[in-house]
Ligand binder design. Structure first.
Ligand code: ARG
Length: 577
């Protein structure tokens, strides 16, 4: 239940009762801060245009139908046909009471669970994850958490890049240098081997030939190649797992389903595409021509799915992967979190898979793109030497910085507490800063803002949470069953409850669009409203017990919503700060 959906129900019924056919958007919105009303309906103007009737007349008709309902204190039409609503306190009190007694905080458990594949993080093997993986990893994880909470069957997939020529290069290099896996090889070392192997591949024909040969042997599952490959993959995924754990990202080892897993299906897939007249042979390669894509000269673009040397490509794997997700996993919806550079690739593979009939018409395929992280100079965020900044470096720096801040604020803090709080605050702040930005845009990375206790930041919200907890502790009431009902005396209390009753709408919105910044803004506004409420409405020192208990209830509800909201963002709370 949320206010928008409740009002929608009321207005939809009124429209139908007024004999207006219903498939239009009512445009129900919370009014902005400086307006006198609480909600408004601004879709009637459009609806009346489509129906060729006067918007004022339609609004009047609607108002007559709902006048007697108890949800509003005042309802007005602003010409030509905007309806503004001041909600009734009593009605809001009832809704608030319901939310208070609901363990799910009014959030629906979907009646129609869908199978949804979320493809996120998906780094390449033999390389450390870098800053470019942050957004995919943490935004994808928010969608996973939200969809799960709503009751969907979510299949998390870490589609790692664990197949292809880079393994041929690595195998050739490691054999040549007689590198023994018995000595400890970590991901850092592996990445150095990979860089050296790549350089050699580019300049040394003999080495390149060898690498291609090993790639072929690997594809044919030659056991010594598979052995080395497995070790390389193992080192990488275990290392990444540590990072996910530190980042509080829900991906597990069992969610790894990389490119290699589709290897056995590629041959028959290409055959099938030829049989269906979707792919053709040209100069030894196998290509799918797509009219939907033209190159600069206006010629139809081709997607190669098998090279002359009979090797397959990233695209071939993604087509096979789509087929698997639709036909074996029975996905209703597939969401990819990769940056915008893969937009064309994903569009192409989707069209091919659809043409081949691998993707049923009703399956939704979505690419949730995101912008880049930039330095203060608005350049891609890199190290001084121009390398990508590793995710581990960012994480360590976040913890280091939060440790310093906590120590400054609480010189007497114990080591145990410090070690406990520093990652929660540091990593929470790092994640929140990213999540609070609209994913479509680039943003500028700035440690000062990230760890600030002011504004739309994690520390501000975590701190607001600890303040409420401390009020509740002082009142010694937070665990008791309070029989007294919520009553809204002051305007700010009404504002607070309206904000709380919006929670489900925010969650449903994220489940559709995968944009966590909406939740961040929501929590920031909620924390600010609570702060004004706390300043203007005495809680512990309220004159009447009834009011004291009502305000305690509002505080409990706010703390629960903040905790759940942060939890859905993958950010932890602490009880004192
Ligand atoms: N490994 C790829 C990369 O690092 C991302 C994979 C995204 N998922 C997919 N099914 N193509 O760019």
């Amino acid at each position: 239940m949320n206010l928008k959906s409740e009002l929608s129900k009321i207005f939809k019924k009124a429209l139908i009762d007024s004999c207006v056919s219903f498939d239009h958007d009512l445009g129900i919105k919370k009014s902005s801060k400086n307006q006198k009303s609480d909600y408004q309906v601004n879709g009637l103007i459009n609806i009346s245009k489509k129906m060729h009737i006067d918007p004022y007349e339609l609004s009047n008709k609607i108002i007559l139908k709902i006048k007697k309902k108890k949800f509003h204190k005042k309802i007005e039409i602003i010409k030509p046909g905007l309806i503004t609503i001041i909600l009734s306190k009593k009605w809001l009190e009832e809704k608030a009471e319901k939310m208070f007694s609901c363990s799910r905080l009014n959030i629906v458990n979907t009646k129609k669970p869908k199978t949804i594949v979320v493809d996120y993080s998906s780094p390449n093997v033999a390389k450390e994850m870098h800053v470019g993986h942050l957004r995919s990893t943490i935004i994808g994880d928010v969608l996973v958490r939200v969809l799960k909470y709503l009751g969907h069957k979510v299949i998390k997939v870490n589609h790692i890049g664990d197949w292809g020529i880079q393994f041929g290069m690595l195998i050739a290099f490691m054999l040549e240098k007689k590198i023994d896996f018995k000595e400890k090889i970590d991901l850092k070392k592996l990445e150095i081997f990979y860089q050296k192997a790549k350089k050699k591949y580019e300049i040394n024909n003999n080495f390149a030939r060898k690498s291609k040969n090993f790639t072929c042997l690997l594809q044919k599952k030659e056991s010594f190649c598979i052995d080395i490959w497995k070790k390389i993959v193992d080192i990488t995924v275990k290392y990444n797992q540590e990072i996910y754990k530190k980042l509080n990202v829900s991906l597990l080892l069992k969610d790894v389903k990389g490119e290699s897993q589709y290897n056995d299906h590629l041959r028959s897939l290409v055959k099938d595409l030829i049989k269906k007249n979707i792919a053709v042979k040209k100069n030894g390669s196998i290509i799918v021509y797509l009219n939907e894509f033209k190159n600069r000269n206006g010629k139809t673009m081709g997607v190669i799915i098998r090279k002359k040397d009979k090797s397959y490509l990233y695209s071939t794997i993604d087509i096979a992967c789509l087929k698997y997700r639709c036909q074996t996993l029975l996905a209703d919806r597939i969401v990819y979190y990769t940056d915008s550079r893969q937009e064309q690739h994903l569009k192409q593979v989707t069209i091919i898979a659809k043409k081949a009939g691998y993707v049923p018409l009703n399956v939704l395929i979505e690419h949730h793109v995101f912008g880049m992280i930039l330095s203060k100079k608005k350049q891609p965020f890199k190290t001084r030497t121009g390398d990508n900044i590793k995710l581990t470096t960012l994480i360590n720096k976040a913890i280091e910085k939060s440790t310093k801040i906590i120590k400054e604020k609480n010189p007497k803090i114990s080591k145990k507490e410090l070690n406990n709080y520093a990652p929660i605050i540091g990593i929470g702040a790092l994640k929140y800063f990213d999540l609070s930005k609209n994913r479509n845009n680039n943003y500028i990375f700035d440690w000062e803002q990230i760890l600030s206790f002011e504004g739309n930041t994690a520390p501000y919200i975590q701190y607001a949470y600890t303040r409420i907890i401390s009020i509740l502790k002082k009142s010694k009431l937070h665990k008791l069953n309070i029989k007294e009902k919520i009553c809204l005396k002051k305007e700010i209390e009404k504002k607070l409850i309206i904000q709380l009753l919006e929670f489900e709408e925010i969650i449903l919105n994220i489940s559709k669009h995968g944009k966590p910044h909406i939740m961040c803004l929501y929590l920031y506004e909620l924390s600010s409203i609570f702060s004004s409420f706390y300043e203007t409405c005495p809680i512990i020192f309220a004159k009447k017990k009834k009011i004291f208990l009502s305000r305690i209830k509002l505080s409990i509800l706010t703390s629960k919503v903040i905790k759940k909201g942060l939890n859905l963002l993958g950010i932890k709370t602490i009880e004192k700060m």
